[in-house]
Design a protein around this ligand. Structure first.
Ligand code: VG1
Ligand code: CO
Length: 539
């Protein structure tokens, strides 16, 4: 019943910032998923006794890819698969299942915040036994394997029914179908003060959670409406759809438009939040008020004592280099460890495993803690609700008080999308060459204090990673340039800007960052090289 099928390699199966991410049509090519999965299995080696989690965000091709993975796992000698009912699991819930069951890893079928559907994107995130995504040292080996693969193994059997919770077998492999929501909900109840949040809703507090027709709908309905008592209808777009109902499930001011329009209208509820396709990103809004993810990380960290699971104390905190410096000031005030890593959650995993950090976050709407090894959208929403419940303050009040205490890092990100890879690579290479000559140079009132690539030396495994180019000015303002590693075609240049202010706390970020934006555009010759006068997406 086990078939060995001859295949030829694809040359593009390299994992990026967070797994393999491609156009759905690319993944639908013959043997594409099979080659990739076999390469992972080959890289792991002996699979006897091994247990893996499998599930996805429900996007187009989830159902087909998952059946291939199940049959290949059985053929390759995997002992057991734990699978979310109907093939669904959010990225954070998946990480939790891996840790809780001491599994050897997992596969989350998602292209995260990228659009779905036949003309959208598909992806596979590969986690190892840490519960976090495999490090580059491993993904490099897998990529090597994909370039040499000659055959794969697959079980010749009918599709497995994923709709019933319980245990079944395929050959010698055990398949356990689980409710993907229950364990996750229990974990959240252990972390946060649910009683305080229930009381908050009983007092008339209102919220809107937009699941963007992606995986977190069932989690959000269970937690916010059924358990915490938010009015029915508080969770919208709660049904996971293969094409996300045409939405782009990226929770930011542009793509979560319906939510943003409501929150900036006179009908705004007290609190608004959204998650991305696979449930690891979050956006936090108050009435007519938006909290940047960088500020959110700083505010959560500053308030850790209000949360039952953290009140006895936390280890340090980490952020990606591109994220604003806001949390660094909180770390200093609380006298806890502080780390800066390259973009991508996998770089936080060693820091969590070695008890160096408890919280971490990225400017790209990712926040989380060491309760799992992925960022966690619903966790961040509950953290905010818990703070609001205990302090009785609004999102805006909490944020303004934070700025008064610590100052404000005005922060924005500018994305230049759909650039040819050649142009983008050359822009970065030329800019890197130019950096040393910028040291000490004046741009108007801004003086460069340091211009260099960002290099991270992991204190745990001693690997070294270069990611992005950073220009720092004497007043602490910064420009970070890097190329996206999650796109499915062409290149996206991301330009991250920040400026620190202690007096003018209520200005328009674009106005505050206008001069730095001009310096960033000119220094990298963005318009000349890309033909774009302005960014395609600004967040
Ligand atoms: C983007 C973000 C990064 C995030 C990654 C995965 O990567 O910038 O911060 O970790 O997406 O997010 P890039 O390389 O395109 O900038 V998601 O929600 O996969 O899981
Ligand atoms: Co995601």
């Amino acid at each position: 019943m086990i078939k060995t099928i001859a295949t030829t390699p694809y040359t593009d199966q390299k994992m990026g910032t967070a797994g393999l991410r491609k156009k759905s049509k690319v993944v639908m090519q013959p043997n594409y998923v099979e080659n990739f999965m076999q390469s992972i299995f080959n890289t792991i080696g002996d699979l006897s006794g091994k247990v893996y989690l499998v599930g996805g965000d429900g996007r187009f091709y989830n159902d087909i890819a998952i059946q291939k993975i199940i049959k290949m796992a059985a053929a390759n000698g995997v002992a057991k698969l734990i699978i979310g009912k109907d093939g669904f699991i959010s990225t954070p819930a998946g990480s939790h299942i891996i840790l809780k069951n001491k599994a050897d890893g997992g596969f989350v079928l998602s292209a995260s915040h990228n659009p779905g559907g036949e003309n959208g994107d598909f992806g596979i995130k590969y986690a190892n036994e840490s519960g976090g995504q495999a490090p580059s040292s491993v993904t490099d080996k897998i990529y090597q394997n994909t370039k040499e693969i000659k055959e794969y193994k697959i079980f010749d059997a009918p599709d497995i029914d994923l709709s019933k919770i319980g245990t079944q077998k395929l050959g010698d492999m055990v398949i356990e179908i689980i409710d993907p929501v229950t364990d996750y909900v229990n974990m959240m109840q252990e972390i946060f003060d649910f009683e305080a949040i229930k009381k908050l809703f009983r007092s008339g507090f209102t919220m809107r959670f937009d699941a963007m027709n992606a995986v977190t709908g069932p989690y959000a309905q269970r937690i916010f409406e059924e358990i915490l008592g938010a009015p029915k209808g508080s969770v919208v777009n709660f049904r996971p759809l293969p094409d996300f109902g045409g939405l782009h499930p990226d929770p930011n001011l542009i793509y979560a438009k319906e939510l943003v329009d409501l929150m900036f209208s006179d009908k705004a509820p007290d609190f608004g939040a959204a998650n991305d396709g696979d449930g690891d990103r979050n956006m936090i809004l108050g009435k007519k008020f938006f909290v940047t993810p960088s500020d959110s990380l700083a505010i959560l960290t500053d308030n850790y004592q209000l949360i039952p699971a953290y009140k006895k104390g936390i280890f340090g905190v980490a952020k990606s280099a591109a994220t604003s410096s806001a949390v660094s000031r909180v770390a200093k005030a609380h006298n806890i460890g502080y780390y800066e890593v390259p973009t991508g959650w996998k770089y936080f995993v060693n820091l969590m495993d070695s008890n160096r950090i408890t919280f971490c976050g990225e400017e790209s709407f990712g926040t989380g803690s060491s309760h799992i090894r992925e960022k966690d959208g619903i966790w961040a929403v509950l953290f905010w609700l818990n703070i609001i419940a205990v302090t009785g303050k609004s999102v805006e009040e909490i944020t303004l008080e934070h700025w008064k205490k610590y100052g404000r890092s005005y922060y924005m990100r500018f994305d230049f999308e759909g650039i040819s890879t050649e142009v983008a690579d050359k822009l970065m290479a030329d800019l890197e060459e130019k950096l040393p000559s910028l040291n000490g140079r004046n741009f108007g009132t801004y003086k460069v204090s340091k211009a260099a690539p960002f290099v991270y030396n992991d204190p745990v495994d001693h690997s070294s990673t270069k990611n992005g180019l950073v220009i720092t000015f004497e007043d602490g303002s910064r420009i970070v340039y890097r190329l996206s590693g999650t796109g499915s075609s062409g290149a996206t240049l991301r330009v991250y800007l920040e400026k620190y202010e202690t007096e003018a706390l209520l200005e328009d970020p674009l106005k505050m960052l206008k001069d730095i934006l001009e310096i960033a555009m000119n220094t990298a010759e963005i318009s000349q090289r890309t033909g774009k006068q302005k960014a395609d997406v600004i967040t």
